[in-house]
Design a protein around this ligand. Structure first.
Ligand code: FES
Ligand SMILES: [Fe+2]
Length: 351
């Protein structure tokens, strides 16, 4: 019984992480080997040699002309995972093939499909176009989390914790005290959570990056596409300013905070975070400030969630929680995740 939904797309890496060298990352419990071919394509195959399971990412395994040579006995594989050479014989066993993973590179992410490859539909991958747009400047990182991915989902769907866990960075009293609205689009599979603070303190994170001082209008509009992609559309503007009726919003600063929440195992998570802004484009000082500050904020969550994982791992099955209004979005997300995971456990129907 697993809580990780399969037959789903997950972010495995940033595009920039995959170069012409062997790179390994475990996604949903599966060790996957990546490399970029000389023509620029990204390859994703199992990181276990079919012979004796030696990790192909492990030296002295190596990449030779777009083929990976196992460092133990030399089985050699092509980009499609098919074995092309076996030591000591010319016949290559028919089953000598690494499992391949459907892969899509877009929005500066490398997405892989975990589950039955026949179900992989690239058009269902949620988009984050700001990350690859000249109209935005983006800083990004990834932090390893020693906690189950659902704890990070809970965390990101309820931003009232900013006031307490992230005071002095992004938290101000108004975040916790302003009610949220939650909407669920079952058909599209999206949970929306909004909090519009029309007269709020400007936290240092935004005061220093935008130059706005004193009171601000601060809107937080969350759009979560379970299981992996979370977007926080953040709007910071002078008090009283609203977007124009034609959709433009010239007085406001916009920050798109994007998280990719990728299970590494049942109890650990890759926490990919990006902050894309539509102001101070190309300003390295602002970039350095936002990168440093957001990483600090992410690490505050990591510390808290790592502790929480330890605690709940020792709780008896079915431990009690008490949910309140701020949890509405998180509970909606949990229900969607449970449905996705349950779909994997449904007995296959005979056709
Ligand atoms: S384990 Fe890879 S060739 Fe033997
Ligand atoms: Fe947080």
């Amino acid at each position: 019984m697993t809580s990780i939904p399969r037959d789903q797309w997950y972010v495995a890496a940033y595009s920039s992480e995959i170069r012409e060298e062997l790179f390994s990352r475990t996604i949903c419990g599966e060790p996957i080997l990546f490399w970029r071919t000389r023509s620029g394509q990204v390859t994703a195959v199992s990181d276990r040699c079919v012979h004796r399971r030696f990790p192909l990412s492990q030296a002295p395994s190596r990449l030779v002309a777009d083929q990976v040579v196992c460092g133990y006995h030399g089985f050699t594989y092509g980009t499609d995972g098919k074995c092309v050479s076996v030591p000591g014989q010319t016949r290559i066993p028919r089953t000598a093939r690494l499992r391949g993973y459907p892969l899509v590179e877009q929005d500066r992410f490398v997405w892989v499909f975990i589950g039955d490859p026949a179900k992989a539909d690239a058009s269902s991958i949620p988009r984050a176009p700001y990350l690859d747009s000249p109209d935005y400047t983006t800083v990004a990182g990834m932090e390893p989390l020693k906690a189950r991915f659902s704890l990070l989902v809970d965390n990101l769907l309820d931003l009232s914790h900013e006031t307490y866990l992230h005071g002095g960075y992004i938290g101000t009293p108004e975040v916790a005290s302003t009610p949220i609205t939650t909407e669920v689009d079952e058909e599209a599979g999206i949970v929306y959570v909004s909090r519009h603070m029309d007269d709020a303190e400007c936290p240092p994170f935004y005061a220093k990056s935008t130059g706005l001082q004193g009171r601000i209008a601060r809107w937080q509009d969350i759009e979560y596409s379970p299981p992996c992609l979370y977007k926080l559309h953040s709007r910071i503007a002078p008090v009283g300013s609203v977007p124009h009726s034609d959709g433009t919003d010239p007085d406001a600063f916009h920050v798109e905070v994007v998280y990719a929440i990728t299970p590494e195992t049942e109890h650990s998570t890759h926490d990919f975070w990006s902050v894309a802004r539509d102001f101070a484009l190309g300003d390295d000082e602002v970039s350095a400030f936002l990168a440093e500050n957001n990483r600090t904020v992410v690490l505050q969550d990591v510390v808290a969630l790592d502790v929480l994982e330890q605690v709940i791992a020792t709780e008896p099955e079915g431990y009690q929680e008490l949910s309140v209004n701020i949890d509405t979005g998180g509970l909606a997300a949990r229900r969607m995740l449970q449905r996705l995971a349950a779909a994997n456990q449904a007995p296959a129907t005979a056709s």
